[in-house]
Design a protein. Structure first.
Length: 486
């Protein structure tokens, strides 16, 4: 049996899991900042579920790939852990993963890792959509949702030793959702069928000395998936059918979670908060109790005056909607129809309530014309006229990126030069009517597109970006990641 040694950070944290004895050490690698890891509900689900098994000690390893990584719980170097389970929420994590491995003395190429190195398993939204770009890197990829997988995975750990990795991988390939290079490359996406009975952490990692990236709050997932069927959305495509937890279950999670974590705010994690009466009911409960809350971006056509009043009552000052485009023909391409008058109606309610409004738009949609861009400007102009103060209007504009598993996966991304011109134009024109205009870097959009287009041959592209990130971070001493390339 192995024994643990505590680190300074693990002693500061609350609700951390520490074990004196265990058989297998697993490093849960989060390729971003520590503050971001505290705001990741999925990361904590994995942490607490694995640590529920006495023979397993799952330790968190949070790194941006700037120096040798070690676990938070014991300070164990990456190469001393038996298995690395790495989160890849989006494609921009791939270069960071490479840097974490090589700075920690772990060969990043699968065929270069021997019996003395840990096994590398990657999961998360990006690889669920398309595992092929990590073919040369990962020993295995998990595609899907983890709750039903974990018991089967832990059961297979009885086959694991560093000297018998192949035998373990062959066993792992029989577990639904595992894509194993050279053994099983036809794994389907695994979905948690019953969200109501699925594990949801009530105790969550708290650090009184560090503010999470999304603020200090109890993370709560009321529902998963989306039934809207937008043609461009990979997250909805990989989570499939919409599922909910019951009101009573969520009420218990909230009441108990706020108590044990000593928190006064709830942050909801879901794709479609108001797509059923559940969202409204939860906000009424919180409002009556005087509990603060925040909700993510919501469909404009799911909003009305009463719901916006509830959002304001729980302390949220800005509502976020994503019209994507005001052009009917382009809405048909995206399969997302948000009427112009609905956007203006939401703006009117926001103005009356003294709230702010953030709008997300997309450019480079197949079939888009220059006039279509001006219609975005016109819509934002009318929103500003309704709200009045341009400082209460924020806009984010993103290039259309064809994503795996979506209906538009085979579409082409617009030419780089054209996208840059469109974003420059919109940033300039929208700045007249919005207090803040953010545009997503074209270079990063192209990385996401090209990494899937190349599939198993994406390694050179990933390494090129990994080298750039390492160089930039070394010069700037930044906590950032691939976003620095933008």
């Amino acid at each position: 049996m192995k024994r643990a040694i505590l680190t300074k950070r693990s002693l500061i944290e609350e609700n951390v899991v520490l074990k004196k004895k265990y058989d297998i050490s697993i490093g849960l690698v989060y390729p971003s900042s520590y503050q971001a890891s505290l705001s990741s509900l999925g990361y904590q689900v994995l942490y607490y579920m694995l640590n529920d098994y006495p023979e397993v000690f799952a330790q968190r390893v949070v790194s941006t790939g700037q120096e040798p990584a070690q676990s938070i719980e014991t300070g164990a170097p990456l190469k001393k852990l038996d298995i690395l389970m790495i989160s890849a929420s989006h494609e921009l994590d791939y270069p960071t993963i490479v840097n974490i491995l090589r700075f920690s003395g772990v060969p990043f190429l699968r065929d270069k890792r021997g019996a003395s190195e840990p096994l590398v398993i990657v999961g998360g939204a990006a690889v669920t959509g398309d595992p092929k770009p990590l073919y040369p890197i990962a020993d295995a990829v998990f595609r899907g949702e983890v709750e039903d997988m974990i018991p089967e995975f832990v059961d297979r750990l009885s086959y694991f030793t560093r000297s018998r990795k192949r035998a373990f991988l062959e066993e792992l390939a029989d577990v639904e959702g595992f894509w194993v290079p050279g053994i099983r490359e036809n794994a389907l996406i695994r979905i948690t069928g019953d969200l109501e009975s699925a594990f949801h952490p009530i105790k969550q990692i708290q650090n009184p000395e560090t503010e999470p990236v999304f603020g200090r709050a109890l993370m709560v997932e009321p529902s998963r998936g989306c039934a809207r069927g937008c043609a461009f959305c990979m997250e909805a495509a990989i989570t499939r059918v919409r599922r909910e937890r019951s009101y009573q279950t969520l009420k218990h999670i909230i009441e108990k979670g706020l108590e044990v974590n000593r928190l006064s705010r709830v942050a909801f994690y879901t794709l479609s908060f108001f797509d059923s009466p559940l969202g409204e009911r939860l906000l009424k409960f919180l409002s009556d109790k005087g509990i603060a809350a925040s909700i993510p971006s919501v469909r404009a056509d799911a909003l009305n005056r009463e719901r916006l009043e509830l959002v304001k009552q729980v302390g949220q000052k800005t509502i976020t909607i994503a019209p994507e485009t005001p052009v009917l023909g382009l809405q048909r391409v995206l399969r997302k129809h948000i009427r112009d008058e609905k956007v203006l109606e939401v703006a009117s309610h926001v103005a009356e309530l003294g709230m702010g409004l953030k709008l997300y738009y997309m450019v480079g949609i197949p079939g888009e014309s220059q006039d279509d861009l001006l219609k975005i400007v016109d819509q934002v102009k009318r929103v500003k006229e309704i709200i009045g103060d341009r400082r209460r209007v924020k806009v984010s504009v993103n290039p259309f990126i064809p994503k795996p598993e979506t209906l538009l996966h085979s579409a082409e991304i617009e030419e780089r030069r054209v996208l840059k011109k469109k974003l420059y134009l919109l940033k300039h024109e929208l700045g007249k009517y919005a207090g803040r205009v953010d545009t997503y870097p074209v270079n990063l959009a192209y990385f996401q597109y090209e990494v899937h287009k190349r599939g198993k041959d994406a390694l050179d592209l990933i390494l090129k970006h990994a080298d750039k990130v390492a160089h930039i971070l070394a010069l700037r001493g930044s906590r950032g990641g691939v976003e620095e390339l933008g």
